[in-house]
Design a binder for this molecule. Structure first.
Ligand SMILES: Nc1ncnc2c1ncn2[C@@H]1O[C@H](COP(=O)(O)OP(=O)(O)OP(=O)(O)O)[C@@H](O)[C@H]1O
Length: 450
């Protein structure tokens, strides 16, 4: 929809703001209605099909149920109208506005606003009404393009764009190989810290003793091998972004230490008494499902709250069939170039065979299957027969999804054993073939006591 055809309702209990917005919007839109009292929202929306409600987050004590903005947002959403909501908030309330995004708001604006930014936000929200996908078709993370055209991935892209420039801590949730790493990187690259360091730590792979020395650093003599002072990774990420991968795998003791650093915003290297202030934006990722993270026996609630101001859930590849085609074409052209092959065309049946597969290793697995196919195929047509799924892959066509977790564990254990045997215990090769990271393979070897 274009701006000049839009009907806009502004709700704010500050008369000056209503006047300013009336003056700003009147010459640009079809209709602008302003009201001081959110109690009138219901009747106003019944009378007029507003395209957008611009809603203040803070009313003076009209409702006593936590935050009024969220209360009225939910009211508008419960009316089942096509109306989009843009929240207005003070800078200090950004976390709240992000909660508003989770609860269905289309966007938020920070007061005091710049008029151009205000109009741009309204235009973007109107644009999204026209095409669900909006304008974002892909995102770049460093030099890698994040591919996706399914509705769920477009939502992920929109969320990244929205959240990246804020200082909010982000928790990225998704199975192995879904692209969590790329998303963490994209959050950094689209943030105000993009020219500062991006430091990734696979905390799940750190042993108890390494956890502290790697993250917090140490002074010479702090322990036997500490021959010189060493900066920790928190300090290395100062002014930039710290990405803690596999956060679900750290024990309660490590969680307590991490929480102390995050609360105090300072680290004390081992063997030192002097805390060092740190300024980091924190991104965490895990392949645990939210249910496991909310199990207090495994994960401290206060830490979950702290790392999870916003969460981004990346769905498994098997739930976004539409992305398979685009990812396939992308990887085939990347590998054709890498291995100096002519461009390939795809035989009928090639994509549908891929779509039959459940991809337990997600995009990473698809990538390896296609790399293999490109390397092994002579000529310039890729056929369904050129797709070779390895033992773990072929044992997981979509029909197996309903297996009990016990059977899946057995399946996984056997597949790991087979691949390890085949590769004579070589961890890198086996991890690659299984479509998981080396750290993920080590954890499974420990889990199944192989
Ligand atoms: N949407 C995507 N577009 C392009 N490449 C992708 C996409 N998603 C994943 N990949 C590629 O798949 C591989 C795995 O992605 P990534 O490492 O980000 O996954 P992950 O969820 O962090 O995995 P793990 O949990 O095992 O660490 C990488 O090579 C990445 O470039």
């Amino acid at each position: 929809m274009v701006l000049r055809k839009a009907s806009i309702l502004v709700i704010d209990d500050d008369a000056d703001i209503l006047t300013a917005l009336r003056l700003l919007l009147k010459p640009l839109v079809k209709e602008v209605v302003t009201d001081k009292n959110p109690n009138n929202i219901n009747s106003l929306l019944t009378k007029t099909a507003f395209d957008i409600v611009i809603l203040d987050m803070n009313f003076n004590g009209l409702v006593n149920t936590g935050n009024e903005g969220i209360f009225w947002l939910n009211k508008i959403k419960s009316l089942n109208t096509e109306t989009s909501v843009i929240l207005m908030t003070a800078y200090a309330d950004i976390d709240l506005a992000i909660r508003g995004l989770k609860e269905g708001a289309s966007d938020f604006l920070v007061k005091p606003w710049k008029n151009e930014k205000f109009i741009e936000t309204i235009n973007t929200v109107l644009g999204k009404k026209r095409t669900k996908s909006g304008k974002i078709k892909h995102l770049n993370a460093n030099s890698t393009r994040i591919i996706g055209e399914s509705d769920v991935m477009i939502d992920v892209f929109v969320k990244i764009k929205k959240v990246a420039p804020t200082e909010a801590n982000v928790l990225v949730l998704g199975e192995n190989g879904t692209g969590k790493d790329l998303i963490a990187r994209a959050l950094h690259d689209n943030s105000n810290r993009k020219n500062q360091p991006f430091v990734k730590v696979d905390v799940g792979a750190l042993t108890a003793s390494l956890f502290e020395s790697e993250l917090f650093g140490y002074k010479k003599g702090a322990f036997t091998d500490a021959r010189e002072d060493r900066k920790g990774l928190f300090e290395a990420a100062d002014t930039g972004t710290l990405f803690l991968d596999e956060i679900g795998n750290i024990n309660l003791n490590q969680q307590a230490k991490l929480l102390t650093v995050l609360q105090n915003r300072q680290v004390t290297p081992l063997g030192s008494n002097t805390p060092i202030p740190i300024d980091i934006r924190l991104i965490c990722a895990t392949n645990f499902d939210p249910k496991t993270l909310s199990d207090e026996k495994k994960f401290r609630k206060d830490l979950v709250y702290r790392i999870n101001t916003v969460d981004i859930v990346v769905p498994p590849l098997r739930e976004r069939d539409t992305d398979i085609t685009k990812l396939t074409k992308h990887f085939i052209s990347v590998y054709a170039e890498k291995y100096n092959k002519n461009s390939f065309s795809l035989d009928t049946g090639f994509i549908s065979k891929l779509k039959q597969h459940s991809f337990p290793g997600n995009v990473r697995e698809l990538q390896y299957i296609l790399e293999r196919a490109v390397i092994m195929t002579d000529g310039d047509v890729l056929k369904a027969d050129d797709l070779v799924f390895s033992s773990i892959e072929s044992s997981s066509t979509k029909s197996h999804i309903g297996n009990s977790s016990h059977n899946l564990n057995e399946l996984e254990k056997n597949a790991i054993l087979t691949v390890l045997e085949k590769n004579k215990g070589n961890i890198s090769k086996s991890a690659k073939e299984l479509g998981i990271t080396r750290a993920a393979l080590y954890r499974r070897i420990e889990k199944y006591e192989l």
